[in-house]
Design a protein. Structure first.
Length: 300
């Protein structure tokens, strides 16, 4: 697709915004029969799944948001209640979406001689900062089911983040990234929000530092939201995670966000994804161009 070539990273040759083209497979009678069966049964299966997922969504609103809010005066009980029902209901949603088993692996980003790279899983604590790449709404649902965290929104022209709900995090998928928060928005630095989450018992906070979703083939440049941290910050507690279907460069000299550079290097190392020179601003331009082309086609 030459019309989208301007959003192909020059250094890696990767286009991180378009869906990957599936490999060609040889057609056979079994493949043809499978496709026909899918065409016949697929719509019925989809309708059933949509109904069940909608019911689970209503149960989530009832048990987590409505009943959970009634427990606000008792913070530890509220946290226990919302975590339990988030784990059960959202895991069922993922199951219906086809994720019957989600394989996870804990690795060390610093290997010593004779080490396999595997380490014992560290428990994610309240106030910890989960830093990960972002590929789809499935990432949001998985993190919500596993950790019941505080989600954040990252901006193009701001080094602060806004605390958002699960539903807002899902809606941000595929949405044009915003340049900066509104005057009415309450924003924090990542460090401020981490301290607040720890003191309030909210759980960990999730920062999708790329600020926009990709197709899972590479990493976008991280937004400069970790500038409040220093490299020797003893109070910083980061949990590095990565979603991928398949290393990037390390810290750069003279960077205005050295901690952010170290974090993207860590995410790249564990996910085996390469870092590009594209950013969430490029994703904004890509989506604007894509929507304008679609609007032009409809007007013809």
């Amino acid at each position: 697709m030459e019309k989208y070539s301007r959003w192909r990273d020059a250094g890696t040759g990767i286009q991180p915004f378009l869906p990957p083209v599936p490999p060609r497979t040889d057609s056979s009678i079994l493949v043809t029969l499978s496709n026909v069966l899918h065409i016949v049964i697929g719509p019925i299966q989809a309708i059933i799944k949509i109904i069940l997922i909608s019911l689970l969504g209503l149960l989530y609103i009832l048990f987590v948001q409505v009943l959970g809010s009634l427990l606000t005066p008792i913070a530890p009980l509220k946290r226990m209640w919302t975590s339990l029902f988030s784990k059960v209901l959202l895991r069922l949603v993922l199951f219906l979406a086809g994720f019957f088993h989600i394989k996870t692996e804990t690795v060390s980003i610093r290997k010593s001689r004779g080490s396999t790279g595997r380490v014992e899983s560290n428990r994610v604590k309240k106030g910890d900062v989960i830093v990960t790449n972002w590929t789809s709404y499935i990432d949001v649902l998985y993190l919500a089911s596993k950790y019941n965290p505080v989600f954040t929104q990252v901006y193009i022209e701001s080094d602060k983040v806004k605390m958002i709900s699960l539903w807002e995090a899902i809606r941000l998928v595929g949405k044009i990234p915003e340049s900066k928060p509104n005057d009415q928005d309450q924003v924090y630095t990542v460090k401020e929000l981490s301290i607040k989450a720890k003191e309030s018992g909210w759980g960990p906070i999730v920062v999708f530092a790329e600020g926009a979703t990709t197709n899972g083939r590479a990493l976008l440049k991280f937004a400069h939201v970790f500038k409040d941290y220093s490299m020797d910050d003893k109070e910083a507690s980061f949990q590095i995670m990565a979603f991928n279907d398949s290393p990037c460069s390390g810290q750069q000299d003279g960077s205005e966000d050295p901690v952010g550079d170290s974090l993207i290097a860590a995410v790249g190392n564990i996910s085996k994804l390469r870092k590009t020179n594209l950013s969430m601003a490029d994703k904004r331009d890509f989506l604007s161009y894509y929507e304008s082309r679609n609007a032009h086609k409809k007007n013809k």
